[in-house]
Design a protein around this ligand. Structure first.
Ligand code: NOJ
Length: 532
């Protein structure tokens, strides 16, 4: 069965501020991305070989949430370049067979977006109802008890309208009222604008939030030990009215239909909800929803063979036959993988992500085993960190990509907006390109293998029984059967293999060849074998 590019391909996320700075202002930009496309895929196994890039927002924005507060959906922020630069990026990427996915931020605009400026100007202007405006309750308290994801209440007061407006993130990110047909039409036009320019798809920011309960009722309080700070009201509530109202599903189908009318495009949704509800975002065969609702579950799964196996099996059983799985281990909102799991697990994580059934999405720097950056309290830039303290800042995972050992890691000539990581002189792209056993070398091998293997790109998945501490599975298509054996434990282990097995690679890239009967694994070692 032939699959779509977004099923067989590997997606690579670029956080543009921190990827490569071309003009020396300390902030990455679109020309910087263009200059590194050959690193991402030059058509040969010397490059990483990714099939698509997803670029986080590059639109005009006051940068209260570093671009997730959009002031104009149809232009490029001068900080990142121009629309011409974007067109050039698209053409250069396509020339290399790299698809381009951009970020669409439908839940909220910037408070500096002209729509919001008009909406807040009076209670009866044409856009008065484009956002959520409410009076205080009769006792003077806030319109409801909802919390902002960045801490504190989700309502801010506007003196002109003498009303509160809703923002589930920063006060500079007012929520759009999608029940207003004009809002919906305007936001779908944004999709059309970029589709007409030739983009290949969208990553849809917190898309599950765009349909709320029409009455915005108070939400029940819960005792959540994962609440991140004293002012974290958000995680102390059951989010039952603030998102995923059932009206969202027809809307997802409408968006899917729009994308499909432009050809083989992809819609990837950022959706953080319980799996039984999450899976509904795939829609039904008659009314398909999103192509790929992002699956973040492995980000929070305890890193043991048993827990990871259980999670993958759960996904395999949950996702309907017409849906396609996907896996994510890292992004610009999370602790870096190597810091979260420990460097010893990085290579197995790569083998896992790139051999599971489903589309893998990498976050830039993951292919280098990058650690969290070192951020001092006075270097915090992220609104979540500013409102909820250093331990909650996402600046840690947004430090610049170290390209080489030169000053600032070769990121650019200016002082980077966040400091480069202290280990940049040894952990950088150039050093890992020169080392045939580096983490980067492992990612390259796996990505290029995936392209050549129908079993990996689209084959069946089957779990294989094993000793504790080991997670093993096969991938199979036509006459090709591959076996993946991952030793999650700190001890040497053995796993039975059939008589005619061949090691394709191991995670330290130092063994190959035939193996028969039993496979010995070093601590934390993973092995990919060919069985037929
Ligand atoms: C999710 C994005 O990934 C995050 O970076 C952003 O702060 C929020 N949505 C708000 O747009």
């Amino acid at each position: 069965m032939s699959k779509h590019w977004w099923q067989t391909g590997v997606v690579y996320q670029i956080y543009p501020r921190s990827f490569k700075d071309d003009n020396g202002d300390g902030v990455g930009d679109l020309p910087g991305i263009i200059s590194k496309l050959d690193y991402l895929n030059d058509g040969t196994p010397n490059s990483l070989g990714v099939d698509a890039i997803w670029i986080s927002p590059f639109y005009p924005s006051p940068m209260k949430d570093f671009g997730y507060d959009v002031a104009d959906y149809c232009d490029v922020n001068p900080l990142f370049g121009t629309l011409d630069d974007f067109d050039r990026l698209l053409a250069e990427a396509h020339k290399r067979g790299i698809r381009v996915i951009i970020d669409w931020v439908p839940n909220h605009t910037s408070d500096e977006h002209p729509w919001f400026i008009e909406s807040r100007s009076s209670r009866d202007n044409p856009k008065a109802d484009w956002y959520f405006w409410r009076d205080a309750k009769p006792d003077g308290s806030l319109p409801n008890n909802w919390g902002s994801h960045f801490g504190g209440p989700a309502w801010s007061y506007d003196a002109t309208r003498s009303q509160y407006y809703l923002h589930q993130f920063d006060p500079g990110q007012p929520d759009l009222n999608w029940r207003n047909p004009q809002v919906k039409a305007a936001m779908l036009d944004v999709l059309r604008f970029w589709l007409a320019r030739g983009v290949d798809g969208f990553r849809m920011d917190v898309v599950y939030m765009i349909m709320k309960h029409p009455d915005l009722p108070d939400q029940p309080w819960v005792n959540n030990p994962q609440a991140r700070a004293a002012n974290d009201l958000y995680f102390r509530q059951e989010q039952i009215y603030s998102h995923s109202h059932p009206d969202i599903f027809p809307l997802m189908h409408e968006i899917r239909t729009l994308l499909d009318s432009y050809g083989d495009k992809v819609g990837i949704g950022e959706i953080w909800i319980e799996p039984e509800k999450w899976v509904q975002y795939y829609g039904t065969p008659e009314q398909p929803g999103l192509h790929l609702p992002f699956n973040f579950r492995l980000i929070t799964t305890p890193w043991t063979a048993e827990a990871v196996r259980a999670e993958v099996e759960f996904m395999e059983s949950l996702i309907p036959a017409w849906g396609w799985p996907n896996y994510v281990l890292n992004n610009h909102d999370q602790q870096r993988l190597a810091s979260r799991l420990g460097q010893q697990h990085v290579r197995n994580a790569a083998l896992l992500l790139l051999t599971l059934r489903g589309t893998p999405t990498l976050y830039m720097g993951e292919e280098l085993g990058m650690l969290n950056g070192h951020i001092q309290p006075d270097q915090v830039r992220d609104p979540q960190g500013l409102r909820m303290g250093l331990e909650n800042t996402r600046d840690f995972c947004r430090t610049p990509i170290p390209w080489d050992a030169s000053p600032n890691g070769g990121f650019g000539t200016g002082t980077p907006w966040l400091p480069v990581n202290p280990d940049y002189e040894t952990r950088n792209v150039a050093a890992q390109q020169a080392d045939s056993q580096s983490v980067l070398a492992l990612y390259k091998r796996l990505i290029w293998l995936r392209k050549q293997s129908a079993a990996l790109a689209q084959g069946r998945y089957a779990s294989v029984a094993s000793e504790p501490g080991i997670y093993a599975y096969t991938r199979q298509a036509d006459d090709e059967t591959l076996l993946v054996v991952l030793n999650f434990s700190s001890e040497a282990r053995q796993h039975p293999v059939p008589s005619q097995a061949e090691i394709v690679l191991n995670t330290t890239l130092d063994r190959g060849g035939p193996v028969s009967g039993a496979l010995n694994l070093s601590p934390y070692e993973g092995v990919l074998l060919k069985l037929s």
